[in-house]
Design a protein around this ligand. Sequence first.
Ligand code: PAF
Length: 300
Amino acid sequence: MTNILIVGTGALGTLFAARLSAAGNNVTLLGTWPEALTALNQHGARLILAEGSELRAPVQATDTPANCSQVDLALVLVKAWQTKRAAQQLAACLPATSVAVTLQNGLGNREILIEALGQTRVILGVCTYGATLLAPGVAQLGGEGLLALEDTPRSREIQTLLQRAGFQVNLVADAEALAWGKVIINAAINPLTALLRVPNGELLQRPAARALMQALAEETAAIAQAHGIQLPFKDPLAAVENVAQRTASNRSSMLQDIQRGAPTEIEAICGAVTRIAQTHGISAPLNWAMWRLIDALRGA
Ligand code: PAF
């Protein structure tokens, strides 16, 4: 049995907790949301599946890093703006032989974790699964996505563990390419769904929204190229549309953040892309506009 720590009690944290515990692992969640900690300890992690059935599996949940020292593997699933705190918590509790995998949205999470834990203890991953938090400790699966992990000496055993829990997992040699591949998807889908208040699949149905999604994918891919990134796919638009299709009924994480009045990850997605474009002397007008619009939506 593997002892797994999930940092974060949101939709994806709950999804991973339910599946990994149901696959026979010992799962602990570390978070700050009291209602979620209570619900998870009392009722387990609950995942509502597409056909309406429920997967429920026992977990422990705590707000105290000191309770998390018996851990073989940590999955970081907090919002990008919470990564610094997660990194400090992991530095305090993660055993020296254990690694942390970041499956978060946005650029810069891996670097923050490396600063706290060291290069060899951090693995970059990307996740295109969609999930919606229905209530504390209860997530709804919003579409089967894919996981990809940076290929490191520890990645194969983590791939096997995740596959046994029902995830599709690939290993990818180039971590930077992996991060940029995901940021293209998030830059093209998340702000548009949050501004239009629609599930991901609706972006494919509305011609004007689809054109904007296409233009965002192309702009972000061009900036990746200027930054020297060899993207993990040939056609950025096809990659974005494929994720929107697979997660058609899902409300993106940014739409969920806006709807519950919470901070968004726009800074680590379109904000980071805009800043990197500037370092190459190019502009990123669409990423900039999405960044400003989402901040304006939150009253900034
Ligand atoms: O942030 C999200 O919501 C997810 O990364 C994704 C893959 C776009 C699915 O909604």
